[in-house]
Design a protein. Sequence first.
Length: 234
Amino acid sequence: MDGGLIGFTAAIAYGKNIGWIGDVVVNRKDRGAGIGSSLVQSAVKHLLRLHVKSIGLYSYPENEGMYKRLGFETTDGFATLSIPHGAENFRRGIGRVPFYEILRLDKRAFGANRGRLLRCLRREFPRCWAWITSNAGVSGYSLVKEYQDSSEIGPLVCEPMDHEYVGTLLRSSIALTNKWPLEMSVPESHSTVTESADRLGFRFERKGVVMSYAALEPVVIGPAIGAFGFLDKG
């Protein structure tokens, strides 16, 4: 408006399986004029042109009504947890990240290929990865993304999803964290992660929702997804 940026959004397609909308941002003084709705509609049209099977987004409840008016429905929920500062009694060595095994695990757990995005994150956060190996290869991994004044765990993928594996990944993630508080957003249905996080001192912050574009197949959160990655909350 008048040559200045007042809003933007982002959309990404993971092949033909899943399209995702994030970063729906509008200048505070320009809200209420339908700009956010127009941005979301443009993102949906873009993803539909790519012929994706599903379109999803994350939102907090206060914005749920807007997305419903735009053709989305709530298909799952999540809880955001945080810890103000981690314990200092757990340390792990830094080794060579088994990245290609992580890519295979992530594709199987997520249901689509996120390799392009994970490669970008590896370049940005090369020393912020934790993983668990077994005879079958990598069975779990997590990434700590550091921002200016906080950090976020995500994605966290674990197969099988049990307390021992999840606890190890969370403790490793805490040990990798330098900027606090540390947050993560966990699917509501995955009690193993919330229980393990509670034992380590994470506390509930707020609830959110996972929404799917109703005209397409619903987005399904796989049982191996322990914490969302790239969580852009609308």
